[in-house]
Write a protein that binds this ligand. Structure first.
Ligand SMILES: Cc1cc2nc3c(=O)[nH]c(=O)nc-3n(C[C@H](O)[C@H](O)[C@H](O)COP(=O)(O)OP(=O)(O)OC[C@H]3O[C@@H](n4cnc5c(N)ncnc54)[C@H](O)[C@@H]3O)c2cc1C
Length: 426
């Protein structure tokens, strides 16, 4: 059907064939509505096919116990949607589509196929099986509500279509080559919906000294710290912190210990130029500073002739690279280290500081933070309060989740609730 011009009137039109849009379309069709799905790419689910490093972390079994922590400030909004469509429902839904799943560490749920492509194919097959009309290569540029026939109209270059209910499922604006270029914000604004500030989330953090450093030998790139404390500081104030795995890259840091903090990177570039944005690593998050100081002093006293690198590696199980960094590439014997230098070592172990270079570009963030202001949306139906018949779902909403299947669970649950409500004419 791609590119075909139609003038049919549907019960429900869904704009965007990502996870939230496909879920909304399938649910509305199963509920008896006539449904059209418009997707700007030549196939649905392009971003979905990249998820979980190609394995697709579909959902997380720890929801709802931890959902307040995992969806940050706006978690409460999801309470209704997750009561209607919980992670078990996601697994059941996919089982019905022939996708069996299993759980890995921290509640992460993956398809047994270990392939995101199989999840995309299953959803596309379901759209067809249920009889959803799908038009690909249709980039919707305009939506409008016509008072005369009480219908919403979606206009693309290759056609215009009408329906009594319209579901906006166009995603955020990160990873724009997947089709999620932020179109939905303009469409929503045209329908008088407010959009909050948009910032990158789940992104790596660029560190100044890494971008300056060309010498591969010196670089910490490739180093993984399996469990450290990390924190982000702006103008001397701690903004956010976590404990998780951290990876060093050629540009800075990545992995959960960095990505989880990235949503709080300020957007004011002057702050970075002034060196006022700092990323800190606590290498021993389970020990207090005075405990570290005591352990270090006793190791040094017992082994006065031993060199400090060996002492740090043996006492605290640091890798050589970490010890070298703490010692600033010097390796004195313990008995030649002054009290002042010992204190400096302790404070570097508990708070190794790096200046952050800039706010990470949106293009490489895994999610967009911010979106359609939630106070304008009914959390039970996802319908816009000011624009009856218009629904907003998925990442386009002002909700972002932690890594671990939380963003897809938001897409499935809000898509489900909107599809059901739109089909029922609620
Ligand atoms: C590399 C990567 C890995 C990730 N891994 C995971 C993971 O393992 N688990 C997890 O929970 N989350 C993961 N995420 C986040 C997750 O993929 C998104 O939160 C999720 O895809 C959002 O779903 P959505 O349906 O709201 O939007 P999207 O998936 O962005 O889909 C929106 C769709 O709308 C279409 N569209 C946009 N504008 C228009 C228009 N004007 N007209 C027609 N169609 C339009 C787009 O082409 C796209 O197909 C990952 C993200 C990335 C980038």
């Amino acid at each position: 059907m791609a590119g075909e011009k139609r003038s049919d009137v549907y019960d429900v039109i869904v704009i965007g064939g990502g996870p939230s849009g496909m879920m909304a379309a399938i649910t509305a069709k199963r509920e008896g509505a006539s449904v059209l799905l418009l997707e700007k790419n030549s196939q649905c689910g392009k971003k979905l096919s990249l998820t979980g490093h190609g394995r697709c972390n579909i959902t997380n079994s720890l929801i709802p116990e931890n959902f307040r922590e995992k969806y940050f400030e706006n978690a409460k909004f999801l309470y209704s949607a997750f009561s209607a469509f919980a992670p078990e429902d996601t697994c059941r839904f996919f089982l019905g589509a022939g996708i069996t799943t299993h759980e890995e560490e921290n509640g992460r749920i993956f398809p047994d196929s270990q392939k995101a492509a199989s999840v995309v194919s299953a959803l596309i097959a379901l759209l067809e099986k249920e009889g959803v009309d799908v038009v690909c290569d249709a980039r919707v540029r305009k939506i409008a509500f016509s008072e005369s026939d009480s219908l919403w109209e979606a206009k693309a270059e290759n056609g215009s279509w009408k329906a009594s209910h319209l579901i906006l499922a166009t995603g955020g604006k990160s990873f724009p080559h997947t089709g999620s270029e932020g179109d939905g914000y303009a469409l929503a604004k045209a329908a008088d919906l407010e959009v909050t500030d948009l910032t990158p989330g789940l992104a790596p953090i660029f560190l100044k000294e890494f971008s300056d450093k060309k010498d591969e030998e010196d670089s910490m790139a490739g180093l993984t710290l399996s469990y450290v404390g990390t924190s982000l500081w702006v103008e001397g104030k701690k903004i956010v912190s976590t404990r998780a795995e951290l990876l060093f890259t050629h540009q800075g840091v990545s992995g959960p210990g960095a990505m989880r903090l990235s949503r709080k990177l300020p957007s004011v570039s002057d702050l970075y130029e002034q060196g006022a944005v700092v990323f800190k690593i606590d290498h021993l998050p389970e020990m207090k500073e005075d405990e570290v100081a005591e352990a270090l002093l006793s190791a040094m006293t017992e082994n006065p002739n031993r060199h400090m690198k060996r002492i740090l590696c043996e006492t605290f199980h640091f890798s050589e690279k970490v010890a070298e960094r703490i010692l600033k590439d010097e390796d004195p014997a313990a008995n030649s280290v002054t009290k002042k230098e010992r204190n400096r070592i302790v404070s570097d172990i508990k708070g190794m500081a790096f200046e952050v270079e800039k706010q990470t570009p949106m293009d490489i963030a895994y999610v967009t933070c911010g979106g359609i202001r939630l106070s304008q949306i009914d959390p039970k139906t996802m319908q816009a309060k000011k624009a009856p018949g218009l629904f907003v779902v998925g990442e386009l909403l002002d909700i972002d989740g932690d890594s671990g299947g939380y963003n897809l669970q938001n897409a499935w649950a809000t898509g489900y609730v909107a599809g059901l409500s739109a089909a029922r004419g609620e």
